[in-house]
Design a protein around this ligand. Structure first.
Ligand code: HEM
Length: 438
């Protein structure tokens, strides 16, 4: 028998516990076993609590597939792109997208990332209170739109795309968790449908423009237009629009969440912040040379992995970690669960960038650090995300400190992405005093 999480209610199972505090619930699971069953209404869910079992499951995309009602919903809303496609289409799509993420393109994207970070700083005022989550999301969407489309999207279109995405991200989690709610004619669902239609309209316009003027610049869209699979066929119009939507979806909110958590953690740990300032002030810009900054980002991704729960549908009865799993059930890979196991990461709730000093961590813990997943579906945007995070952190920390507001606890919102619910912070030019009233 597969171990089951205790205290399930009749009919609703663990939904009340999960709904109240999903992270606490997840942290409680590994003591029960390597694979733990959780009951949600009408659904059997198995949560992977051991890194080895997680890696094995992620390597077998045929048995643990992106199919079933949950993924049908995501594809119907946002499209069939690399991060949402089923196993049968995955290899072709991965091949088509790979060139867009080549190293030399990343150097160009890094220039865009720096420009966008500088543009954001240009709007900041000493003493001003901002919502860091909103600011970082604005930054990563602008970077996503500009790296995807180069100069093809003007400021008004970028702003419109950002608004659509905002509505989408707020609605998508509920629609995924409770698929039946998507069919109801509620104002929220109508807003959601409208935002999606607008999003598709803008993206199609940009693609049509790119086809008319194909040599605009070294953006992702140019790479996608040139992409060819084994049979030398490219992406259709529909496929292009879907890939673009899914790339922005997979890349923007995850990276902005990582940045937001990092600011929150730095503000609460002045020693780590001071060391980061020293590194930034040394003038080093090559991300490989920014060793402490890199450790800070890793520790932030360990504590708050933005992609905190990744589902798969079990397509055929199978055995995993010694347990028989039924076809049709859901398997969940959660980096959050692995990253909070106290046997792997002692004092798992503590922010300790020094864990990542060379030789400080043993192999089992290193193997359990999976914020970007594993196997054939491992994040294709990992280097993109790490570059963007480093560029934004260093550009901002060179001049600014982000100070916490006293008496305003920061709470996580575990929706599609694990991000702070809101993160109001006061901007302070480094070396300048600022009053810290509410
Ligand atoms: C800190 C930021 C990010 C995190 C934590 C993250 C995390 C992940 C994870 C865990 C997966 C595996 C999902 C699965 O197995 O189903 C994934 C896949 C993916 N990510 Fe990211 N990601 C980040 C940023 C990005 C960025 C910036 C992009 C694009 C520019 C991107 C594009 C994708 C795509 C397309 C996939 C699907 C890959 C495939 O199935 O072959 N991600 N990401």
């Amino acid at each position: 028998m597969t171990p089951r999480a205790p205290a399930a209610w009749p009919l609703v199972g663990h939904l009340p516990r999960f709904g109240r505090d999903p992270l606490r619930f997840l942290r409680s699971l590994p003591v029960h076993g390597e694979l733990v069953e959780v009951r949600l209404p009408g659904r059997r869910v198995f949560v992977l609590c051991h890194p080895e079992a997680a890696r094995r499951a992620l390597a077998d995309g045929r048995t643990f597939d992106r199919t079933g009602p949950l993924f049908d919903r995501v594809r119907a809303d946002m499209g069939n792109g690399l991060a949402t496609c089923p196993y049968a289409e995955h290899r072709r799509q991965r091949l088509l997208l790979r060139p867009a993420f080549h190293r030399e393109r990343l150097d160009h994207y890094a220039v865009v990332m720096r420009e966008e970070a500088e543009a954001l700083l240009g709007r900041w005022r000493h003493g001003q209170v901002i919502d860091v989550v909103a600011a970082m999301f604005g930054l990563t969407v602008s970077v996503a739109v500009r790296t995807l489309f180069s100069a093809r999207a003007d400021a008004a279109t970028t702003a419109a795309l950002r608004r659509c995405l905002d509505v989408y991200l707020r609605g998508s989690y509920t629609r995924t968790l409770l698929p039946l709610s998507a069919a109801l004619p509620t104002p929220a669902n109508r807003r959601f449908e409208r935002a999606l239609a607008q999003w598709r309209h803008y993206v199609r316009q940009i693609i049509a423009e790119a086809r008319r003027r194909p040599t605009e610049g070294p953006d992702l869209l140019s790479a996608l237009l040139e992409a060819r699979d084994d049979a030398q066929s490219g992406l259709s119009e529909e496929e292009l629009a879907d890939q673009i939507a899914v790339l922005v979806l997979a890349g923007a909110e995850t990276t902005s969440a990582a940045l937001s958590w990092t600011w929150h953690l730095l503000a609460a740990h002045p020693r780590a912040e001071a060391e980061l300032h020293a590194e930034v002030d040394s003038g080093r810009r090559d991300p490989a040379a920014l060793e402490h900054t890199h450790r800070v980002v890793k520790e932030s991704l360990r504590l708050y992995p933005p992609a905190w729960a990744i589902p798969r549908t079990i397509t055929q009865e199978t055995v995993l970690a010694g347990h028989r799993l039924p076809a049709g059930a859901t398997l969940v890979f959660s980096p959050y669960v692995l990253h909070h196991r106290p046997d792997l990461f002692p004092g798992p709730e503590r922010f300790r960038p020094e864990r990542w000093l060379p030789g400080a961590m043993d192999q089992p813990a290193r193997a359990a650090f999976l914020p970007f997943g594993a196997g054939p579906t491992r994040c294709i945007g990992e280097s993109f995300a790490l570059t963007e995070t480093t560029v934004a952190l260093t550009a901002i920390a060179a001049h600014w400190r982000l100070l916490p507001l006293p008496g305003r606890p920061v709470r996580p919102a575990a929706r599609s992405v694990l991000a702070p619910r809101t993160l109001p912070m006061r901007l302070a030019l480094r070396g300048t005093a600022v009053s810290s009233g509410p």
